[in-house]
Structures are given as C-alpha cells and as structure tokens.
Design a protein around this ligand. Sequence first.
Ligand SMILES: [Zn+2]
Ligand SMILES: [Zn+2]
Length: 155
Amino acid sequence: MSNPLMSSWAGLRAELDRLRAQAYDPRARALEEHERAVRAAVTKVGRAVEAIEGDLTCSLCMRPMEEPRTLMPCAHTFCKRCLESHRDPATGGYACIECGPGKLPTGIYPNKALDAVLGKWIFQKQSLQELKEATSNAGTIATTPRVSPRTSPRT
Ligand SMILES: [Zn+2]
Ligand SMILES: [Zn+2]
C-alpha cells in the first residue's frame, strides 16, 4: 500500500533537486567555461614562451644567454662567459663558432636590448610555471613565492 505522504515527499524532493540543478547549472557551466578559457590561455602563452626560447638560447651552452655579447659583423650572439672560453687559439681574439675559424669577428658589443628581453622572458617563464601549477591543482592555492623581474642591469 503506498503512503500518500511519502509519495508527495518524494515528489517534493524530486522537484527540489530539479530546482537546485537549475539554480546550480548556469553558474557551474559558467565556471567550467571560464576554467576552459583559462587553460586554453595558459597553453597559448606557453607556446609563445617556448617559441622564443630558441632565439634566446646560447648555441654554446644551450642555456638562456647570460650577459649576451653580439659579434660584428655577423651578429651572432653568445653568453659573455661562453665567448671568453672559446677565443681563437691562434690570435687570442674572439671567434664565432657559427661562422667558423675563417671569419674572425671585427668587433663585439654587449647586447643590452637582448639582455632586457632575456630578463623579462625568464620572468614570464617562471610566472607561467606558477600559473600551470595553479590551474592543474584546481581548488588549491598556489604557495610558490612570486619571482620579481630582474631589474638591476648586469655587467
Ligand atoms: Zn652560453
Ligand atoms: Zn658569426
């Protein structure tokens, strides 16, 4: 025998659940869409950061250049330290590893513009890493300390 009170209770519960779902859904959907957009943006920024990495990598040490020095007239650029350790054995002058021993550089200059870009790029890369960690652990708070951009010029 069915209990009329129980069946009306069940109906009420079903209606409540339906209303709750209606009230919840648009916000949940909006949040999900927002999360998807954030993840897509992080991926996009990641590709941009990766794309520039090759241009900022020293072909001698294969790391982001430190104190970049550009050779004249070929414009090839290396870390200051790397250039110092690859001087031409015959003349003691700077040698360009890209151009080979036949074409000794006639000049060298500190590439300040590239150095500034390098500092910002390293900051971007670190920030992106924090963002990746934050978005991959949804619901947890990133505790990684923020890294400040390099402001003091290197010598
Ligand atoms: Zn190097
Ligand atoms: Zn060169």
